[in-house]
Design a protein around this ligand. Sequence first.
Ligand SMILES: NC(=O)c1ccc[n+]([C@@H]2O[C@H](COP(=O)([O-])OP(=O)(O)OC[C@H]3O[C@@H](n4cnc5c(N)ncnc54)[C@H](O)[C@@H]3O)[C@@H](O)[C@H]2O)c1
Length: 434
Amino acid sequence: MCEIKKPKGKLGILIPGLGAVATTFIAGVMNVRKGLAKPIGSLTQMGTIRLGKRTENRSPSIKEFVPLAELDDLVFGGWDIFEDTVYEASLNAGVLSHEHLDPIRSELNAIRPMKAVFDKNYVKKLDGPNVKSGANKMELAELLREDMRCFKSDNDLDRLVLIWCASTEIFMKKSGVHETIESFEQGMRDNSPDISPSMVYAYAALMENVPFMNGAPNLTVDIPALAQLSIDRNVPIGGKDFKTGQTLMKTILAPGFKARLIGLNGWFSTNILGNRDGEVLDDPESFKTKEESKLGALEYILQPKLYPDLYKDLYHKVRINYYPPRGDNKEGWDNIDIFGWLGYPMQIKIDFLCRDSILAAPIVLDLALFTDLAHRSGMRGTQEWLSFYFKSPMCAPEIYPEHDLFIQLMKLKNTLRHLRGETLITHLGLEYYD
Ligand SMILES: NC(=O)c1ccc[n+]([C@@H]2O[C@H](COP(=O)([O-])OP(=O)(O)OC[C@H]3O[C@@H](n4cnc5c(N)ncnc54)[C@H](O)[C@@H]3O)[C@@H](O)[C@H]2O)c1
């Protein structure tokens, strides 16, 4: 059993990007705390975990099994390029109705975004007034570190976690600046264009010993320099890109096709969405970051090299279309061309009328609580056991990421069992031989 420090005192959840996802998460937790709604979709709040043999009938709730921070002990804060309070930003986002915003209006209005580290070169479609200035990126990181320290002391917090919920940055590749902590810090002082604002937040968080999770597909902490920093400072990191909507469906269905050896010729996915995220993704450079993140899942799940007869010719295409009338209520269509026995073709059509931020909010909560648990348990570096929540899971350089939702869930629950010294469940059915 691992030594897990108790979650004493309050946990601060700091969020760069107080937009649709972040405000839906914060307002949602406040509603749940008041008993006005249920935390549907959250494993930490509603999930159970089977322990031991099936005959033992031991299935405690996850929050009883591992020592997680209580919802009443969470305190929220963040940064945004707009000055709107979380209440005003929630109204703009248009996700939650007055039924869920009015009872917590004053609590939401009390959360004002701190000035952001922002550069329009990395998010071409946005610009806003609430932005820090500094001589170089290192100085900006110092200002963010000061924000974190003040937030912690002003709110009398015991611990912090940071979850990136800001806009998707342009597509970037790893470069020399990202290789070592020294080259990265030099790049910060030299204002290297290879260091994006999200990397400045991540660096600042790690230097303050604050775990960092990345909800967008940006490169951010997925570079050797910051991975090393997280190990050196004993801080958990993770990402990338919350797994909601269409990719969630893909990682539910594709493992099923593969399990039954059903072939796939093509998978065409298209979306219409009209929120600010959709507007940002209308820029080809931000879309490229998202596209790469969305395309990876099928390739890894289907393993065409191992199953060439079934998957080597798969044509996979993903489109996102900005369509303002829909707001946050995205519509995602999938046309899936499959084939079965003797190669006979069949088709599956999915029309998912989803609500992006409603699917993302419980992920933010679970990531915050599990990451804090990981930190208190002495875990550091990339938290692969949290791949369950990501479209494009980060992993060690020598292995490939696990995308199959069911394997990801098994890994997550086995990690919890391991933390508490329980037998891992392998589904080998060994109980029959006892
Ligand atoms: N909603 C989902 O289902 C989902 C799923 C996966 C990933 N994501 C990602 O989560 C992020 C948030 O999505 P959203 O729908 O809330 O978008 P949003 O546009 O409503 O919110 C993003 C906010 O980030 C702010 N911002 C941009 N750059 C910033 C910076 N450098 N510092 C501080 N604030 C900054 C913007 O002003 C905006 O308010 C996006 O990157 C999106 O791609 C969302």
